[in-house]
Design a protein around this ligand. Structure first.
Ligand code: F0G
Length: 410
């Protein structure tokens, strides 16, 4: 196996280093390029135990480990959305439900690989900036690996479930009086110190774990026409695109999907620029959205995401918070899927694009639902609910029965 690092901007190539994250020549992010050894038939991956998590695809990962840190991450369900596909007017619509990962988000795929590397290179501690899910996942995987964990979080802007996970797994929580973008700057500085290993998505090895989502979709339904992904720091959409490109380059598949990135309107540096025909993002200092996971003004992987959308012939779109909440409700109440607000932005984007005539109706579409609804219990307050107060057993029975409008004979 031949592995190199390549700058996504200037194309400079470098020998493998697990501590080089930005191109020394131009400062942009790097990607891992590799020529695998002989690959097994795709069926072989399917035969392997789900206990191996992302390592089921070990020949497609650029890092070999005898003892990977895994919790069986990935292997998440691809769920057909039969009701929503009819309403929206799509031939076949699926949700890749990443909330079913061990810590409830897609981050676990990347964390399994990045924490394995951190352990094997002998890091003393790991560090991550986060809007919450990276934190929860880093805390869990690092606990399993026996590594000390530092998390830099924007104070007051991390959803309750994610904060609870970080605390439960014993991480040191640094609450910064600033936003995620500032937290990430702090981590970039700490990452230069020998003792710390960074677990953010400017670390290209983490994204190698996240590309396995593409392999699983391919395993279940082949290559869909569209993959729609919520975008924050812009790593995941580029990782998924890389996964599909590798399936084709290595001879497993014939086609490629179109990649569509969805941002929240108040935090849409990529979507706003793309739709205005610009070639660079419109960074913002004050991102704001109810979908706190993607409340990001300066996505570090913007160029990778931009290329994913451009090369694949997809698009970016932005959706207002009201549509995100509506999509969260539709997923929960029509299809039984609990998504946190950021996780529902892919559906909100799909609905918006469909209403603009973007699809012809004959497509097969996968929306990535990136995080579980339990992550953000406060978001339940945006949805109407029927609550009944009951004083005792008889009262509860009577009220439920009369609520349904039936008469029970005793
Ligand atoms: N959806 C959820 C639920 C997320 O937590 C994130 C990112 C995204 C989408 C966007 O993915 O950054 O790869 O474009 N959360 C990061 C975090 C920033 O710190 O947990 P991206």
């Amino acid at each position: 196996m031949r592995v190199r690092l390549r700058c996504v901007n200037c194309g400079a190539e470098y020998d493998v280093s697990y501590k080089m994250f930005m191109c020394p020549k131009c400062g942009q992010v790097l990607e891992v390029v590799f020529e695998p050894d002989e690959l097994p038939p795709f069926e072989e991956y399917r035969r392997r135990s789900r206990m191996h998590g992302i390592w089921r695809f070990k020949e497609l990962l650029p890092f070999k480990s005898k003892k990977p840190v895994t919790m069986g991450e990935g292997n998440t369900p691809l769920i057909r959305l039969e009701k929503l596909e009819k309403v929206i007017g799509i031939r076949r619509l699926y949700a890749k439900f990443e909330g079913a990962n061990p810590t409830g988000s897609f981050k676990d795929r990347g964390m399994s690989l990045a924490v394995t590397i951190a352990k094997e290179v002998g890091a003393r501690a790991v560090v991550a900036a986060s809007t919450g899910n990276t934190a929860a996942s880093a805390a869990a995987y690092s606990a399993k690996a026996g590594l000390k964990t530092f998390l830099v979080l924007p104070k007051g802007k991390v959803a309750l479930g994610k904060l609870a996970q970080s605390i439960l797994h014993g991480a040191v929580v640094v609450e910064i009086e600033d936003n995620f973008d500032a937290a990430l700057e702090a981590v970039k500085i700490l990452a230069k110190l020998e003792q710390f290993y960074p677990l953010n998505s400017f670390n290209p090895w983490r994204l190698e774990g996240q590309k396995t989502l593409a392999f699983e979709v391919f395993e279940d339904i082949g290559v869909p026409d569209y993959v729609i992904v919520p975008v924050g720091n812009a790593g995941n959409i580029s990782a998924i695109w890389k996964g599909f490109k590798e399936l084709k380059a290595f001879g497993y598949s014939q086609e490629l999907p179109k990649m569509v990135g969805i941002q929240a309107e108040g935090a849409s540096p990529l979507a706003s620029a793309y739709k205005s025909g610009l070639k660079v993002p419109l960074f913002t200092d004050n991102p704001e959205t109810i979908a706190t996971a993607i409340r990001i003004g300066k996505p570090v992987n913007w160029l990778k995401a931009w290329k994913a959308v451009d090369e694949s012939g997809g698009t970016f779109e932005a959706v207002p918070d009201s549509e995100i909440i509506r999509a969260q409700r539709m997923l929960a109440r029509e299809e039984g899927i609990a998504a946190e607000p950021a996780g529902a932005t892919s559906l909100a984007g799909l609905i918006k694009l469909a209403s603009q005539g973007y699809f012809n109706g004959d497509e097969e579409v996968v929306i990535v639902v990136t995080g579980h609804g339990l992550k953000d219990p406060d978001s339940a307050k945006f949805h109407p609910t029927e609550r009944i107060r009951a004083l005792n057993v008889e009262d509860a029975v009577e009220k439920v029965v009369s609520h349904l409008g039936i008469v029970v004979k005793t």
